[in-house]
Ligand binder design. Sequence first.
Ligand SMILES: Nc1nc2c(ncn2[C@@H]2O[C@H](COP(=O)(O)OP(=O)(O)OP(=O)(O)O)[C@@H](O)[C@H]2O)c(=O)[nH]1
Ligand SMILES: [Mg+2]
Length: 450
Amino acid sequence: MQAAFDTIAAIATARGRGAIGVLRLSGPMTESVMDKLFSSASGRKTAGFGNFKLRFGDIKNSLGEPIDSGLAFFSRAPKSYTGEDYAEIFCHGNPVILEKVLESALHSGAIIAPPGEFTRRAFLNGKMDLTQSEGVDELIRASSEKHLSAAWRLQRGDLKAKLEPISEKLSRTFAHIQGAIEFSDDVADDAAAWKRSVSEAIGEIKELLKNAEVSAKLRDGLIVAIAGKPNAGKSSLFNALIKEDRALVTKVAGTTRDTISAELEVSGLNVTLLDTAGLRKAKGTVEALGVERAIETLEKADAIIWTIDGTKKPSAAEEKEIKKWQAVKPVLVLTTKSDLLENKGSSDTLLSSAVSGEGLDKVREFLKTTAEKALCGEESVILLKARHSELLKAALENLSAAESGFASGKYLELCADEIGSALSSLWEVTGKKTPNEILDIIFGEFCVGK
Ligand SMILES: Nc1nc2c(ncn2[C@@H]2O[C@H](COP(=O)(O)OP(=O)(O)OP(=O)(O)O)[C@@H](O)[C@H]2O)c(=O)[nH]1
Ligand SMILES: [Mg+2]
């Protein structure tokens, strides 16, 4: 983290060429840095720009020479993203121009912003709580439509809105108990009300924690593995589903060794489709490693598409293996190469062909239903990061201890301590009381310039 008196600068747009490139500035020297970097066509100094008013002008290098022209705005603290004096300059999206403008900003007294520093300042200046700051990062990272809308709700403050009333209620209870401990003659010993408030908080936190599983699915997506015996047509199916000639296909059994992956968006959720090595007693070290990897992949997959070569009869051992997987996760069994089959009626599993395309829509439907099941209730999901869940679980443990403390008539001090610890966890989630080292980790994961 930089000291608040530093003025920070960063290129905010992604590296590479584009229509527009943006440089951001924030901190007490923003106005003077802008005066050196940008001359408005109207001749107006930065101080006269007016908050958020776009001005057209020349953008200058560190020698004060114009190198580009474009728009810029300035906004006086506290009315800005960071809550500090703040500016953005929009130049042409050429990395050489952007580097020159950044160099010019540094030459004029700004320093390079570490990752996430703009949002960190916004958080420190009370523009948003920590969960909303994390929502900003999620918005940038979201890889599917559903993840994006959950990230938006986090950034909007939905988690904050749930947590604040819980913290406030617990703070009041904590204060009352402290009062009762210190002035036991004056303050009514209202243990029933305290217990009720703790029980309510437990219920509300449990309700919030129900979002953890679907949050993980939204962030990580679903893993679907294609499995089967060698030559069953796994790689052909994989290529047909992703509509790309990605995996090698040959008539040699044991072609695929490494697990091959591709990302698809299905029903607004990110699905990682994995092609695996054919399962059999391997003929050699490399294939054995491939088979080992395939089994690991099946274990971690959320669902499996099991391919059986339609031109061959599945063995009893294979049928047993399929049943084993079906007992633990959704498995779609496919009879492949249906274009080669004369008697299609004899199959009791879904027929598919990577050649004719038969059955592929059913496979896509399977992916869709699996994704939709995983997203059950997603419309209102509160996106929980692992950090949030861990802290909420810790708070829950403390509150449960306090609750049973009240029930058993234990010392009030102990109950108060437990409530105090639960409050610390809740405050760590929202950033009211989060150690700097944790903030360093959270904001260190942001992009530079955000
Ligand atoms: N006619 C026809 N041939 C297919 C079809 N799918 C796969 N094949 C053929 O079957 C052979 C094996 O296909 P792959 O897709 O490589 O099978 P695999 O299961 O990935 O095989 P391994 O990676 O060796 O385990 C190739 O010669 C393919 O062209 C299909 O739907 N119809
Ligand atoms: Mg293959």
